[in-house]
Design a protein. Structure first.
Length: 277
């Protein structure tokens, strides 16, 4: 059985993610207490099951890490996805939807409720593939979720992400490399509407900048240290490449790195901000 456990803070997009898993052929259950997961896995005949567990059932959340380890020992292919977002984006989403936070009771403010929920979910966040949804559209999140569920979990999953510092550093990044010092194609009117994946921008970066040297330096760093994460049995690692807007320099560098590591790791290439104007 392929089992996906979905968790995360309230307002981070779990309903969108669960629907994406359903569209990918998973039998989905929302808000299942952790203590019932084993019985469900033992009784279901479906080859793919997705379960959402979060702070709405706080009593058993602490059991999730042990449950995941036990199910893996029994032969289940278990993946854990944890959705996160900045406090600012969570507050904005609750304000826009006018829905109450599930822990905003007994006089707690929305900020206090978010803080309390983060404490409840600490142990789950540590074992999951973390996705920062702060700057994502629903369609982006659906695509990222579906990318994750087709991975070979026998290999380290290497997520290479481009982003723009205007939108903030991704919360889910393990390594962050800043390439804003490279000359910016944005200031060329002909290149501005393009992205770092377009041939004209690629030619500019290869001709006018030291992007190749930067890529080789990052590649050497990762080649030296990624095997240590494999030995540590890490399921995934996110390498974030940032430029000012997230459209040109970071997109090119991230694409080059993804190509260079594709033969050795399960690589997912993501461009967080390329769609922004």
């Amino acid at each position: 059985m392929q089992l996906v456990l979905l968790s995360g803070v309230s307002g981070s997009g779990k309903s969108v993610a669960l629907k994406a898993l359903e569209d990918a052929g998973f039998f989905c259950i929302d808000n299942l207490p952790a203590g019932m997961i084993h019985d469900l896995v033992a009784s279901r005949k479906e080859p793919k099951v997705a379960i959402s567990a979060d702070a709405r059932s706080p009593e058993t959340l602490g059991e999730l890490p042990a449950i995941v380890a036990r199910e893996r020992e029994r032969g289940s292919d278990v993946g854990v996805i944890f959705l996160d977002a900045t406090d600012e984006s969570l507050v904005r989403r609750f304000s826009e939807t006018r829905r109450p936070h599930p822990l905003a009771r007994d006089g707690r403010t929305i900020h206090e409720a978010i803080s309390q929920e983060r404490k409840l979910l600490e142990s789950v966040a540590e074992i999951g593939q973390r996705i920062d949804t702060s700057a994502l559209t629903p369609s982006q999140l659906r695509g990222w979720i579906q990318d994750l569920v087709v991975l070979d979990r026998a290999k380290l999953s290497l997520v290479v992400m481009s982003f723009g510092y205007k939108g903030g550093v991704p919360l889910d990044a393990d390594f962050v490399f800043d390439v804003r010092f490279l000359p910016n194609p944005h200031y060329d009117p002909k290149l501005r509407p393009l992205t770092g994946a377009d041939p004209e921008v690629v030619a500019f970066l290869e001709r006018e900048t030291e992007a190749g040297v930067v890529i080789e330096d990052i590649q050497r760093f990762l080649q030296r240290w990624l095997p240590k994460y494999v030995l540590d049995q890490r399921a995934s690692l996110t390498v974030a490449i940032g430029c000012t807007g997230g459209r040109h320099r970071s997109v090119y560098v991230a694409g080059q790195l993804a190509e260079r590591f594709g033969s050795d790791y399960e690589v997912i290439l993501r461009h967080r901000d390329v769609w922004r104007v």
